[in-house]
Design a binder for this molecule. Structure first.
Ligand code: ATP
Ligand code: SF4
Ligand code: MG
Length: 342
């Protein structure tokens, strides 16, 4: 006989994920032709979950994140397909007022290279105030006492001095932590951090990572952490999504992907990460990502893949690759067929 269902668990299972991205495709027009920046990307972010999005430069990570908040100006971006649902409700990119509300309290974003997202001509404090005013409306002044508190929470030891400073007067690490503090002040249910450690020195990278780990432990907010570095997301993410040439090529629980990467691209990324961690001569994946305006026939990774075979001239689907895992590679099918005939 079946055990009695736990009503709380059953309710949680029924609740929609916090964020659902479905069949998202984003293209740009360029003189070289249509740039397929993001192609048929689907994934969910659960409540309280931390997800890493990893891929080389140009793989579509930032375009995907900006699209989650419909923040890409169109044109130049074009959105032929795709839906984004936040707490079960579809986000309509044509309803800018509603989108502003979601950006105000639902989803917070720390942009790639935060220092550039500050206006160099204004003190950091006045930009913090302006952001709070825009996001929180009439209530913004009530949050002012929390600004200092939140900057301290984000390991800024002299918050008053930082607020009086212009962006060029603080280090990249401090600017990044101010951005995270600012994103947290609007109490988002989902925080998207796009390459928050890139362009920082090693010490600042560690500080920002520790801060994100702390945010994870101490708040119930979900986190999307974008990086080209698997080692960075390993510390913080429960689940990893690997992107290549605008597509998801592998997804699964972080520990499982590190223990047994299924996609040849993930295997290559992991090999270079492991060597970097051990301080050995750097292994670099041979070759370069393809030109998104002239993708190769079939699997986009084919020109760099040591396992490529005839079938790879067709694009593989995302296939089941273990519990809660998928990978976009014909080898998975070939393995299944061999097991079937063996
Ligand atoms: N405004 C634009 N016009 C034309 N192409 C664009 C535009 N913005 C992005 N792209 C293209 O979309 C692709 C994906 O870009 P995206 O910024 O998402 O990559 P990324 O994975 O975030 O890379 P990085 O690690 O360098 O930040 C790139 O090839 C880029 O050239
Ligand atoms: S589908 Fe083929 S080319 Fe693509 S990753 Fe798998 S084996 Fe390599
Ligand atoms: Mg980017």
């Amino acid at each position: 006989m079946n055990a009695m269902p736990d009503p709380v668990k059953a309710q949680a299972a029924k609740a929609p994920p916090l964020l659902e991205v479905k069949n998202l495709s984003v293209r740009f027009s360029s003189p070289a032709g249509e740039v397929r920046a993001v192609e048929d990307v689907s994934f969910n972010i659960g409540r309280g979950e931390s997800v890493g999005i990893v891929g080389e430069s140009g793989s579509g990570k930032t375009v995907t994140c900006m699209s989650m908040m419909w923040l890409l100006p169109s044109p130049p971006a074009r959105y032929p397909t795709g839906t984004i649902r936040f707490k079960g409700k579809e986000l309509d990119r044509h309803r800018e007022r509603e989108m502003q509300k979601v950006r105000g309290s639902g989803i917070g974003m720390v942009f790639q290279n935060s220092r550039l997202s500050f206006n160099p001509g204004y003190r950091i404090g006045s930009q913090v105030n302006e952001t709070l005013r825009v996001h929180l409306g009439k209530e913004w002044k009530k949050e002012l006492p929390r600004v200092i508190e939140m900057l301290r929470y984000c390991n800024i030891s002299e918050p008053e001095r930082v607020l009086r400073s212009y962006p060029h007067e603080v280090s990249g690490g401090v600017a990044q932590r101010v951005s995270i503090a600012l994103a947290l002040l609007i109490k988002p249910e989902l925080l998207i951090a796009d390459e928050p450690t890139t362009a920082l020195d090693l010490l600042s990278q560690l500080e920002v990572l520790r801060l994100l780990e702390r945010v994870r432990k101490e708040t119930s907010c979900s986190l999307v952490l974008v990086s080209h570095d698997l080692a960075v997301v390993r510390r913080v993410a429960d689940r990893v999504i690997i992107m290549y040439a605008g597509r998801v090529v592998e997804e699964g629980p972080t520990a499982d992907i590190f223990a047994d990467p299924k996609h040849p691209y993930t295997q290559g990324l992991l090999a270079s990460t492991a060597q970097k961690e051990e301080g050995e001569r750097l292994y670099e994946l041979p070759g370069h990502p393809p030109d998104l305006a002239a993708l190769p026939q079939g699997c986009s990774f084919r020109p760099r893949c040591v396992h490529a075979f005839a079938k790879c001239l067709t694009m593989p689907e995302l296939l089941p690759a273990g519990p809660e895992r998928v990978a976009r590679c014909h080898l998975l099918d070939a393995g299944r067929e061999a097991a079937h005939h063996g």
